[in-house]
Design a protein around this ligand. Sequence first.
Ligand code: ADE
Length: 223
Amino acid sequence: MRIDILTVVPELLESPFAHSIIRRAKAKGIVELEVHNIRDYATGKRRHVDDYAFSGDAGMVMMIEPVYRAITELKSRRAYDEVIYTSPDGELFGQKEANRLSTLDGIIILCGHYKGIDHRIREHLITREISIGDYVLTGGELAAAVICDAAIRLLPGALGDESSALSDSFQDNLLAPPVYTRPAEFNGWKVPEILLQGNAAAIDRWKFEQSVERTGRLRPGLL
Ligand code: ADE
C-alpha cells in the first residue's frame, strides 16, 4: 500500500509513523508512506499556502494552487484509489472504513488546516472527506495519523500475530473481552479462574460472553 500525506505542518506527523508497528510495516515494505510539505509546491518569495477568505470572515483559507500542484504531481507518478480530505465535517471514521482503506493500493490524504481549504479543491480533487470525531482539532494531521494507523495495522504482515486484528474491538461490532497476564494473583486481585484451566472451548465461550456483556453495558448502540 502507498500513502502520500499532504500537510502544511509535516513535523506533526514525524512521531506517529516512527515507532512500533507502523515503523516496522514501513521497514518491511508493507506500506510506503511519504509526508509532503504543501509549502514545497507554493510559489513566490514567501511561498504562501494560505490567504484571506473572500467572504471577509476571520481566519485564513488554504490556497488552491499549491494543493492542486501537489496532487497533480503525485498523480502523474502513480494511480491513487482515493484522495481523502480530513475535516470535522467529513464522514465519521470507523473500523469499517479502516478495513476498506487497508485493501486499497494507493491513497493521498490532504490534511485540512487554518479555516479550511478553498472549496473548489473539495469539489474537484477530493474523493472522500473523513472526520475522526465530532470535535475540532487544530488541523487534520492528527486525524490523518489516526486513519493511517488504523489502516496500516490491518495490512498482512503488519501485526506480529496475524489473528490479533480479527479479535479487535469493533471487528464484529463487539467490544473485545478483557485480557490478563501473569501473575495470576496480585494484591489479592485474581485472574478469572476459567482462564487458568486450559479448556480452550470454555475460554472461547467466556470471551464471547464477556464481549457481549461489555458491549451491552458500555456501547449498547453497537449490538
Ligand atoms: N480537522 C479538524 N478536526 C478534525 C476532525 N475531527 N476530524 C478530521 N479532521 C479534522
